[in-house]
Design a protein around this ligand. Structure first.
Ligand code: ADP
Ligand code: ZN
Length: 734
């Protein structure tokens, strides 16, 4: 009990926070009780605090193993600024400095010691750790231990030996990796002793996701950067050349931007990264090489100017935005041409197996970009996490529902044109050629292959080529047409497509809509408050940022080490006049109040002399994950319910509407949750025995996430059934 009390005290005194983020307290208590722990939280959830705060309550120092030297210095700077005695040992220090720090450790000066794994495994270091009385070990970026991870580091493997040497010392492994396989590997490879595993949702409520048609990427990137005037952003490009081009274009337009990629010297890369951390440049245009070592909490936007290679990478890269919890935007510029280009690249790969996997992942990524389902739902589903909100309120699909239209006739035209071409010529062609035939174009190939003789030649003049292309992709996502596996990009109608063609199933698709430029970017004023948003006096906020930058420069630390944006925004909406008022704000602890309080209070007072105080609505309580946004089921969901009633089974309803079974299930869940399907009988969807097993598992794991229930039931109850069961269960409760 004493421990719990001191945790909260330490939280405010050193870190300036009033409350714990989800799971933080539980994790710290388990660790202080001596348990090994595995901590799987998304970026920005506050993992560092899970070992930093308990370190203040232990007798001996806490060792933090971290793979990145640059990151170590930042973390130690930030801790020191908060009044926590911390240090690091790595190859960047000279002999004298190393000796000085080791003496400090022997004297018990430090609460935290950061070190890279190779240092930890060096001859005699384990004995040193024992001598210094190391009381806990935190392994940061623990996925580096797994060869299945995106950042395997063989040195990490040796940490299991350390686990053996330091018996009785609790280990904590931390990662933001979302893949199941890697998570399982971590506990096994580290030899953790029946660790307690903590895992939170991978949803990042403060991030919004947008996919936009890629037209003139440099121009589009510029527009976005301009909309975020003065705030930090990362632009990811698929090639070094693209990264260079984008940075140069931005610079010409007066936006401070630098490139970052493997073609630059190590010195330049470090310099560019440093300039970004210190808010000297606004935008980094990078290849994927950038970001691993970036702990910058106030990156406000991420743009992908080229199609990422896979969804995992996309999630990781977008994850670098908004660590501090303030609203941040992720924009993907998408052109179907990117997919084609990349596939061609893979077709030349040496190992066909590697090429196949890469191609599949790339197609999943393209499907993500083209699908008309909530981006958040799609991302979370990819990682096995259920997301059932109708409208996430933070992605392009949810914010701008697409216009739907019945394209049954057009789909028929397209599919029969495919069939005729193949029948006529004996080979399949790429989709672009098919569209040319539909459009009645007069190309050399069409003449040579005699495709102008087909009855489908020129029957598609009513739609433009882009719409045809969009329709084709949607038919592909639904499995009605398929691209050949050999990487040549030829397209044919699948068995399911043939069936749909014969039965004339209605096919409803979305229209390719190009959002008006005016709605792009952010910075608009009349829009609903976004998750995590803290409205404030923007003019004062700017002044506070300037002060922060100059304080940071004199101390040669990144600005966020002084105060984060959250703290500045709170200052700029409450206009504190004295120390006591300042101390109530998040991020203001004793040490920082002492060091910087007077400066910030002075700027506020000066501002107030010439500006009236603005008033702001109270902030929402930091709510637990929101579950509802109630406008009733969508029309498409009601149509599925209708089809279900007509056809008597979900599978038949899905088929009749030419949608995937999982989509049909979601629609039904939607209707059940909104009380529009009260007559439906759960027994039509699962047996009584299944119902009981699911209810039992939900009793243990709760209904928030379906993955644990799925697992508890041995993986043999399909997610569709679980979704339905949950909808029925929550309906009866209401
Ligand atoms: P992660 O390592 O999980 O990506 P960090 O440890 O970098 O996340 O924390 C992200 C941000 O959240 C930091 O700016 C940190 O100061 C802040 N933070 C952590 N815990 C809390 C808390 N309990 N209350 C408020 N802010 C917090
Ligand atoms: Zn959404």
């Amino acid at each position: 009990m004493k421990v719990a009390l001191s945790l909260s005290e330490g939280l405010k005194r050193y870190f300036g926070y009033d409350g714990f983020r989800p799971l933080q307290r539980e994790i710290m208590e388990a660790s202080l009780a001596g348990r090994d722990t595995v901590v799987i939280l998304p970026t920005g959830a506050g993992k560092s605090l899970c070992f930093q705060l308990p370190a203040l309550l232990r007798d001996g120092p806490t060792l933090v193993v971290s793979p990145l030297i640059a990151l170590m210095k930042d973390q130690v700077d930030a801790l020191t600024a908060a009044g926590v005695a911390a240090t690091f040992l790595n190859s960047s220090l000279d002999g004298a400095e190393t000796r000085r720090r080791r003496e400090g450790l022997a004297k018990g000066t430090y609460r935290l010691l950061y070190a890279a794994p190779e240092r930890v495994m060096a001859e005699g270091f384990a004995e040193d750790l024992v001598r210094w009385g190391v009381a806990a070990v935190a392994v940061d970026e623990a996925h580096c231990i797994s060869q299945w991870g995106h950042d395997f580091r063989p040195e990490y493997r040796q940490l299991s030996a350390l686990r053996e040497r330091l018996r009785g010392v609790p280990f904590m492994a931390l990662t933001a990796t979302a893949t199941e396989r890697v998570r399982a590997d971590i506990a096994a490879q580290l030899h953790l002793a029946s660790p307690q595993v903590f895992q939170a949702s991978f949803n990042r409520p403060n991030l919004s996701y947008h996919v936009r048609p890629k037209k003139k990427p440099a121009r589009q990137v510029f527009e976005i950067a301009r909309a975020f005037a003065g705030e930090s952003g990362i632009v990811y490009a698929g090639s070094r050349r693209m990264a260079e081009t984008l940075a140069a274009t931005l610079a010409v337009e007066g936006i401070r931007a630098l490139p970052y990629h493997a073609g630059l010297t190590a010195e330049l890369r470090t310099a560019h990264q440093e300039a970004f951390l210190r808010d000297e440049v606004q935008v980094i245009c990078a290849t994927v090489a950038f970001g691993m070592g970036i702990n910058k909490p106030d990156v406000r936007y991420i743009v992908h100017a080229d199609l990422p290679k896979n969804i995992e990478g996309y999630y990781q890269e977008t994850g670098r935005a908004g660590r501090d919890g303030l609203p941040s935007e992720c924009v993907l510029l998408y052109s179907p041409g990117d997919l084609v280009k990349n596939l061609r690249f893979f077709a030349d790969a040496e190992d066909p197996e590697v090429a196949r996997v890469a191609e599949r992942q790339m197609r999943q990524m393209a499907d993500f970009a083209e699908a008309d389902v909530c981006r958040r739902a799609a991302l979370l589903n990819h990682f096995g996490e259920a997301w059932t909100e109708d409208n996430c309120g933070g992605c392009d699909v949810c914010l701008q529902p697409r216009e739907r239209w019945e394209a049954t006739v057009e789909a028929q035209k397209l599919m029969s044109c495919l069939v005729r071409i193949q029948r006529h010529s004996g080979f399949a062609t790429g989709i672009q050629h098919v569209i040319e035939v539909l459009a009645g174009a007069n190309t050399e190939r069409i003449r040579r292959w005699g495709h102008d003789q087909l009855s489908t030649y020129g029957i598609g003049k009513d739609l433009d080529r882009a719409q045809w292309s969009h329709l084709a992709r949607q038919l592909q996502v639904r499995g009605l047409i398929a691209t050949s596996e050999d990487g040549r990009g030829t397209v044919s109608v699948t068995a399911e497509g043939l069936r749909a063609l014969k039965q004339r199933n209605p096919i409803v698709v979305t229209r390719l809509s190009v959002p008006p430029e005016a709605q792009q970017g952010s910075g608009g004023s009349a829009r609903p408050r976004r998750a995590g948003e803290i409205p404030c006096d923007e003019g004062l906020f700017e002044q506070l940022r300037l002060l922060r930058k100059s304080l940071a420069d004199t101390r040669s630390v990144p600005p966020y080490v002084i105060f984060g944006d959250i703290t500045l925004r709170h200052i700029a909406r409450t206009y504190p006049a004295d120390d006591a008022a300042l101390l109530t704000l998040p991020g203001v602890g004793r040490k920082k109040l002492e060091d910087h309080g007077a400066d910030f209070l002075r700027v506020v007072a000066e501002w107030r002399q010439t500006h009236p105080a603005m008033e702001f609505e109270p902030l929402d309580e930091p709510a637990p994950p929101k579950m509802v946004s109630d406008q009733g089921p969508r029309p498409t969901a009601l149509a599925t319910l209708e089809a279900y009633r007509t056809h008597g089974s979900l599978a038949a309803a899905a088929q009749a509407r030419a949608i995937a079974l999982s989509t049909a299930t979601q629609h039904l869940v939607d209707c059940i949750r909104h009380g529009r399907a009260d007559d439906l009988d759960p027994a039509a969807f699962y047996s009584e025995e299944q119902a009981k097993r699911m209810a039992d598992a939900a009793g243990i794991h709760g209904w928030e996430r379906l993955a644990p229930i799925h697992e508890a039931l041995g993986g043999n109850v399909p997610y569709e059934t679980l979704h339905l069961c949950r909808a029925f269960a929550l309906r009866t409760k209401a």
